[in-house]
Design a binder for this molecule. Sequence first.
Ligand SMILES: [Fe+2]
Ligand SMILES: [Fe+2]
Length: 267
Amino acid sequence: MTYWEAEWNCPSNGNEQLLDEARFWVQIMKEHAMFIQMGLPGCDTELIREAQAFADRFQVLEDVLNDVTSIGPELLQDLRQTVMEFIQYKRQLLRARIQCQLGGGLFPLLLDHITREAVHFLNELERGRPMMAASFQQLTQEEIFWLRIMKEHLEFIIHLLDPSERSLISTAEDLKDRTAKLLETARDLGSMTQSQPAAFPTLLRFTDEVLSTITVVRDFKATGYELALLCQVLSIIPTPLLLDHVRREADRALEEISMLLSEAASR
Ligand SMILES: [Fe+2]
Ligand SMILES: [Fe+2]
């Protein structure tokens, strides 16, 4: 039996979903390692070397995941181990930044943000995808996670755009305000789900609003990426890839929330 052919004791559709998750997140993790490398001060050669090593490890995992049709136990263990080590590395950088022992262009909130994304991936690896219909609580938890991520993407973009880019900044601020309000509401509705309602029509209506707002955010990022490729935007965004990265995360948010919505609506 080869490395990845062993059966994992999970229903096959669960494993398929996990494979899809892993393919998405491993590419995201590899890009985090690249962004970290770009943001570290040139003199921090050891930290830069470590970031490169993580980029290489995630590249190998990405190649393996593109070759397999399911995730065997060894591959799963390899994924978990690499993500756990990467979480530790990101936390080490954040700690150093907070304690003013690290310079460079990495916002502390960006380090916290990419750590949360890695923890989200690790949680998916730990539990696999839920097989039963999603609960209202799961739906709100997913919304809280993604709306916070979307709000922060807009905050990072606002801070990285050149101050002369007034109209793009104002569009981003408007979207950030809308996302922040939805996040607050998602937290309210999330705490209401603790009463375990049999039906929650308002949550379903709210989720439609979440999906349509994230779609607008996704389109804004896609436009930003096109502008950056054409060199038609002034900013200190280190690479256009960053805009494509956050656009892909918005698409992932739409997929995950839509899936949970249709499961919750069919309860
Ligand atoms: Fe990310
Ligand atoms: Fe992100």
